[in-house]
Design a protein around this ligand. Structure first.
Ligand SMILES: [Zn+2]
Length: 306
């Protein structure tokens, strides 16, 4: 991607070094609310962990902290710097900031076109672990969006390690990850996120897991489609995206499909299969039109075969 000399966002919050390894002590918010408000790129198994932590707030102490630290250290961090894709974390941070700024420009424009006003999210960088308005999370959760504080959370090492851990890296792959999480913010801005989350939660409470999972897939694929809409306008405005870049993004979308993440049974899908994720990213990318991202009107089969 060509991003040299471009505007950086002023909405980056740098929380690296402010590591908090304690489990969320906030409590009181309620497990259901927490599960509703946090949306991950890959972390379909993380919500239960968050819920557990919320139910039993605890402080990190002694051996437990050491175990946490060992787990973090056992990850080989910073793969993209080792391979020379980015010289160092500072360069990757700058890239993230330029992409966030681009999402701001694009979404202001798209909202304006639809007679709406866009409010920018923040993007919080953290290293290893972070406490958020939605609870505690760590590196393993992957990037996520918390609607309670309207912030995207990213551990730069997760991006830098994507080539190694997911087999999908490169600048546009990282941009896709950011744009997907910003896509959840766009859903929040449009009033969809809380609505979808409430419906999903109610279905789960009544034991209707298949129906609840369909809503989860529809929500995730819409965020992928919104990421594509961003890429369409980014490419048009800056002539910054090549076909090779798009391949990187599509590969990343495929890499975070449920089938690649070990979710075997189709009705258990929470994010959509690799094929679905690629399709909906492309649907946004080729049209640049948010109205083409209405995943809610389709069944699981239609989402797959559209
Ligand atoms: Zn997501």
């Amino acid at each position: 991607m060509k991003v040299e000399g471009r505007r950086e966002s002023s909405n980056i919050r740098d929380n690296r070094g402010g590591v908090s390894k304690k489990a969320a002590a906030a409590g009181g918010g309620g497990v259901a609310v927490i599960a509703l408000l946090i949306y991950f790129l890959t972390g379909q198994n993380v919500a239960p962990q968050l819920a557990q932590q919320q139910a039993q707030p605890q402080q990190c102490a002694g051996a437990e902290c050491q175990l946490d630290a060992q787990a973090a250290d056992s990850n080989t961090k910073g793969y993209a710097y080792q391979t020379g894709e980015f010289k160092n974390e500072g360069e990757l941070k700058k890239f993230v900031s330029v992409i966030l700024a681009s999402t701001e420009d694009v979404w202001h424009q798209v909202f304006k076109t639809n007679s709406l006003q866009y409010h920018e999210p923040s993007l919080t960088l953290f290293s290893d672990a972070v406490d958020t308005g939605c609870g505690h999370a760590d590196y393993n959760a992957g990037p996520f969006y918390c609607s309670a504080d309207k912030s995207v959370y990213i551990d730069l090492n997760f991006l830098a390690d994507m080539t190694k851990t997911l087999g999908a890296g490169g600048d546009f792959a990282y941009a896709y990850v950011i744009a997907h999480e910003v896509g959840h913010h766009v859903q929040n801005e449009l009033g969809y996120l809380v609505k979808y989350g409430s419906q999903e939660q109610m279905l789960r409470k009544s034991g209707k897991e298949t129906e609840a999972n369909l809503i989860s897939v529809q929500t995730e694929l819409q965020a992928d489609c919104f990421a594509g809409v961003w890429a369409y306008h980014e490419g048009k405005k800056y002539k910054s995206i090549s076909d090779a870049d798009i391949e990187k993004g599509i590969k990343a979308a495929a890499a975070v499909g449920d089938d690649k993440l070990g979710v075997k049974r189709r009705e258990n899908f929470g994010h959509g299969s690799s094929q679905m994720r690629m399709k909906w990213l492309k649907r946004g990318l080729t049209s640049g039109d948010i109205n083409r991202c209405d995943t809610r009107q389709y069944t699981l089969d239609q989402l797959q075969n559209i």
